[in-house]
Design a protein around this ligand. Structure first.
Ligand code: PHE
Length: 348
């Protein structure tokens, strides 16, 4: 009983108001820990003579309650204080002026791709995208370019290694023609444009080893060269201005027959001759032609029933013309100052 009284006295001294949280923890160990004063008293109960056990128990319980009340009160106080401090330090002054958010801007290649897509979608085309890693079949063979064909020389470039040696980074978006025709199960009409990255071993101011093309493909009954001419004339005038003149020159592509190359009158000098058009008055912008019967056959179409036309152009060239970019390599240089020039929304 005396011992309980002693501990009670001690607790009275220890139980000061406003202890810190570490002091509180120490007190908890001192009284209630494994070897704590109250814990030890509890284990002594069995040594107390029977007639005193009841009183001993009552006193000990009082002591415990005293400690617990003190402990819980102080704990609540500490928690409240910590919370208040935290709230104060994290307070936000909503009257402060905000930091100006810098907006990103679209890359010129995205802008030009969207211009092309919008125009063709308005003419009833859909946008179709194929993968950048292609099979040799899709990139060449089914486009009427068998192994060993000289037309490969300019394009067979980035092949994959070992067991994937039949795969390469596509050198032209014409691969999407093959895919679209093969995927079209009922072999009905097709009207698509396919933008995307292509890869070749080129590198100078106007050529890059990676660039963007957009391919167009129309397959239907009764499609003729007149449809091809009409579509491309409209396309060039819409994108480069109504005054643009368009001319078609015979050319060769293995997957189109007949094939043409399309020139537009120089939009810088209006055909008079300048450094942009190399004094010729014309700028070459597209390759095109009627889809070769062999290609139709290889992709599951009957060339006696269906015809089609296809065209392809470098989007980078159009971006360079439209935005006056002198070196194609800046388009892929990842220099934020270059891209920012096309940002018309962010005014500092
Ligand atoms: N794929 C051709 C090239 O990269 C362009 C082209 C596309 C020509 C479609 C004709 C028809 O040069």
């Amino acid at each position: 009983m005396n011992e309980i009284q002693n501990v009670k006295e001690l607790l009275k001294k220890d139980a000061k108001e406003n202890v810190t949280s570490s002091e509180l923890n120490e007190l908890k160990i001192k009284y209630m820990g494994k070897k704590g004063l109250i814990t030890e008293l509890q284990s002594k109960i069995k040594e107390v003579p029977n007639e005193n056990k009841k009183d001993f128990g009552i006193l000990l319980n009082e002591l415990k309650t005293e400690f617990n009340t003190f402990y819980e009160n102080e704990k609540a106080k500490i928690e409240k204080e910590t919370l208040e401090k935290k709230l104060k330090s994290e307070a936000i002054d909503i009257t402060l002026p905000s930091k100006k958010l810098k907006r990103g801007s679209l890359h010129p290649m995205t802008l030009i791709t969207e211009d092309f897509e919008d125009l063709f979608v308005s003419m009833g085309y859909t946008v179709y995208e194929g993968p950048e890693i292609e099979t040799d079949e899709n990139c060449f063979q089914k486009l009427n370019v068998p192994k060993g064909h000289p037309a490969r020389d300019a394009q067979d470039t980035f092949y994959l290694k070992d067991e994937f040696e039949n795969f390469l980074l596509r050198s032209q978006t014409s691969t999407a023609q093959v895919r679209a025709m093969e995927e079209n199960k009922d072999k009905g009409p097709i009207r698509i444009v396919c933008p995307g990255k292509v890869y070749r071993r080129d590198e100078d101011a106007t050529h890059s080893h990676q660039f963007m093309q957009i391919e167009g493909l129309v397959i239907d009954k009764d499609v003729s060269m007149a449809d091809l001419k009409g579509t491309l004339e409209l396309f060039c005038k819409k994108l480069l201005g109504e005054k643009t003149e368009v001319r078609f020159r015979p050319s060769f592509f293995p997957f189109t027959e007949p094939s043409v190359e399309v020139d537009v009158s120089c939009f810088k000098c209006a055909g008079k001759g300048c450094n942009l058009c190399k004094q010729t008055g014309w700028i070459e912008v597209l390759g095109a032609g009627m889809v070769h019967p062999n290609v139709l056959k290889m992709c599951g179409y009957d060339p006696n029933v269906y015809q089609g036309f296809a065209f392809g152009t470098g989007l980078d060239r159009f971006a360079m013309f439209k935005f006056g970019i002198p070196d194609i390599r800046t388009i892929y240089g990842n220099d934020i100052r270059f891209i920012k020039q096309f940002d018309r929304k962010d005014v500092d």
